[in-house]
Design a protein around this ligand. Structure first.
Ligand code: ADE
Length: 264
């Protein structure tokens, strides 16, 4: 049997969709988190609601790999949309994740660097963790023709079929609630969405040599109304991210079974 896949969400509304997968195995409590065993289509899972932000996610990701023996990690949850082409309910499958708040504050603004490097002039400013091209290709073919669930009719939003998109997701310890910040982040990076955990999980996974995926559906558009939209839409749109998990689990299991050596 393959090693289990670690499945992380930040919030109860995101996590609730996975409770159906949980079997009767005892819950293991560690450092204040509850790690539950589950099985989905014969794939063993360890499921945890980690809370928000990069540090909590990094600790949970480390425990999942080192203590619970997970061979791959998936983050499933909601994000704020950055691209003007996307709407609430649309999904973004990360092909790259960038920690947008790691870097240097300088006289004329902020210079972004790769997490862990010394953020000073002369050090390369390329950043982010990217999926291997073969994984992106497999994800695209796996999800070809997949339709996300439509949002419930009572929600205050146009009834349309949500789309599945592939691209960069930003991660930072900041909830983006500003039109100016949204436009700046999109202009600087071209990222499709912003959240608060995925880049931290990817950093741990890369460091410890296991594959990772970040799957997000848009609860808001990171602008002036994002705090309102987040409350209205999170619970409904999170079901789309959970539906994506079911589809792509075999992709991460296959990558994990390749048993790649640890990257630095
Ligand atoms: N997660 C969901 N919406 C978000 C936002 N606007 N900023 C950061 N993380 C988010």
């Amino acid at each position: 049997m393959s090693r289990p896949v670690g499945l992380i969400s930040a919030l109860p509304a995101e996590f609730s969709y996975f409770e159906d997968f949980v079997d009767s195995s005892p819950v293991v409590r560690e450092a204040g988190w509850e790690f539950r065993n589950g099985v989905l289509e014969d794939i063993p899972l360890v499921i945890v609601e980690a809370g928000m932000g990069k540090v909590q996610t990094a600790v949970v990701a480390t425990l999942l790999i080192q203590q619970f023996g997970c061979g791959g990690l998936i983050f499933s949850g909601v994000a704020g949309g950055l691209s003007p082409d996307l709407a609430i309910g649309d999904a973004v499958v990360a092909t790259r994740v960038i920690q947008h708040d790691y870097g240097a504050l300088v006289a004329d603004g902020f210079v972004r660097y790769h997490p862990g490097v010394l953020p000073v002039p002369g050090i390369p400013t390329d950043h982010g963790y990217a999926l291997d091209a073969d994984v992106v290709d497999t994800l695209k073919s796996t999800l070809h023709g997949f339709r996300l669930p439509r949002l419930p009719g009572h929600l205050p939003i146009e009834d349309r079929q949500p789309t599945v998109n592939f691209g960069t997701i930003l991660t930072g310890d900041q909830f983006v609630n500003s039109e100016e910040a949204r436009n700046r982040l999109f202009g600087e990076t071209g990222a499709l969405a912003v959240e608060m955990e995925g880049g931290a999980m990817a950093q741990v996974a890369e460091r410890l040599g296991v594959p990772w995926l970040v799957l997000r559906t848009l609860s808001d558009l990171a602008g002036v109304d994002s705090h309102i939209d987040f409350n209205v839409f999170t619970s409904a749109v999170a079901s789309g991210a959970a539906a994506l998990v079911r589809e792509v689990l075999p992709v991460i299991v296959a990558k994990s079974d390749e048993g790649e050596p640890a990257k630095q």
